[in-house]
Write a protein that binds this ligand. Structure first.
Ligand SMILES: Nc1ncnc2c1ncn2[C@@H]1O[C@H](COP(=O)(O)OP(=O)(O)O)[C@@H](O)[C@H]1O
Ligand SMILES: [Mg+2]
Length: 355
């Protein structure tokens, strides 16, 4: 590697999102992987931390937050770029970064906003662009496109531009749900992640509370028929040619895969999932097809349900900035597919450079 200039990776994490802490955990894993002996020969890292208010911190402070030297709610003014100033990004050292690695889960990041900002730097980035990110984050648009392509998914209803506080609107929504979907149902904000804002509703009396909870996050709401399912996930990497990882299954003790079971419990993960090889093949094909449909490339995790009673495959969602926490499936899937975390992060950079 002597004589080859090291690539500077701009690691962006934190973010003005309800998945702020998850992002920090993901960034810790990714930083450690870049900081490994093998990767240190090829890469250097610049740190870009965005706090919960949306203010950016300089490289030094950002690094300290990532390695746990200072707290992420530090009130120190120096080195902080407050977002309420028109030129608030003036002091941020965007220059010298060769490849961006945005690890901002959820809104103000994964939804395409960070990709839009970074596009102005004319530097490549890990992951897909504005369009795929925005659609991947929006459950309503994602499901609508999957419907158009006749990709298998649960029955769902969309409620948007409604005044959920009006009694008449509430009655209309409840009647439509009762007419078209069977209980249990899942009520979800269109834009969110990590199961935040989602409720599993078992009967009519719980519907309004669930709508209100989802409404706190997004005024566009998706309501789905809830099925008894196995949860199956597949990793994707690549550009025009997308590669699939092994298929994994997650088993948890709670009733459904809520925030706590995602991050605070010992789930049982099985890779490769114990499923029929024909179904595995079909899942991989649908994973690629769905990413292509939404213009998603670079990396992604495609989540599926396998209905327990029928073994029917149902496409759930695509995560365009998959988690890298210690409980996260994406790095585990690739490890089982022959790429350990150090190789995976290097590969993602190579993909972004189209190497
Ligand atoms: N239609 C459904 N049927 C059964 N379980 C569901 C359904 N929708 C969501 N869930 C449960 O809720 C979890 C989170 O839902 P999901 O739509 O994947 O949201 P998020 O983007 O926050 O991960 C799923 O992993 C699953 O456990
Ligand atoms: Mg999910």
């Amino acid at each position: 590697m002597i004589g080859v200039k090291k690539k500077c990776i701009g690691l962006i994490f934190g973010g003005e999102s309800n998945e702020h802490e998850v992002s920090i955990s993901s960034a810790k894993t990714v930083f450690k992987a870049f900081n490994s002996e093998i990767n240190k020969k090829r890469f250097t890292i610049k740190f870009f931390y965005i706090n919960k208010n949306g203010d950016w911190l300089d490289g030094d402070l950002s690094e300290k937050i990532l390695i746990g030297e200072i707290k992420n709610d530090s009130t120190k003014k120096q080195g902080k770029f407050k977002k309420d100033k028109i030129n608030f990004l003036d002091g941020i050292e965007f220059q010298n970064v060769d490849v961006w690695f945005p690890l901002l889960h959820g809104f103000n990041g994964e939804d395409g906003s960070i990709h839009g900002l970074l596009r102005f730097t004319n530097k490549p980035m890990v992951g897909c662009g504005i369009l795929g990110s925005a659609i991947g984050m929006d459950k309503i648009l994602m499901r609508t496109i999957f419907s158009n392509l006749k990709l298998p998914q649960v029955n769902f209803l969309v409620f948007q531009n409604e005044d959920f506080k009006e009694k008449e609107v509430q009655n209309k929504i409840i009647n439509e749900i009762l007419k078209k979907l069977n209980f249990p149902i899942f009520v979800k904000p269109s834009n969110s992640g990590s199961s935040l804002g989602i409720s599993k509703v078992k009967n009519e009396s719980e519907i309004l509370k669930a709508l209100e909870k989802a409404r706190e996050i997004d005024s566009r709401i998706l309501v789905e028929e809830g099925l008894e399912v196995r949860e199956i996930e597949c990793g994707i990497i690549g550009n025009s040619k997308l590669l699939t990882s092994e298929i994994g299954e997650v088993n948890y003790e709670s009733d459904w895969y809520d925030f706590n079971s995602k991050y605070y419990s010992n789930n049982q993960i099985t890779i490769p999932a114990e499923i029929d090889s024909k179904i595995t093949k079909e899942i991989k094909e649908i994973a690629i097809q769905s990413c292509k449909a939404l213009n998603i490339f670079g990396f992604a995790r495609v989540d599926f349900f396998l209905e327990k009673s029928s073994n029917k495959i149902l496409l759930n969602e695509i995560n365009t900035i998959p988690g890298f926490t210690k409980n996260s499936m994406f790095p585990m899937l690739w490890k089982a597919s022959g790429l350990n975390i150090e190789q995976l992060v290097a590969k993602l950079v190579d993909i972004s450079l189209d190497l």
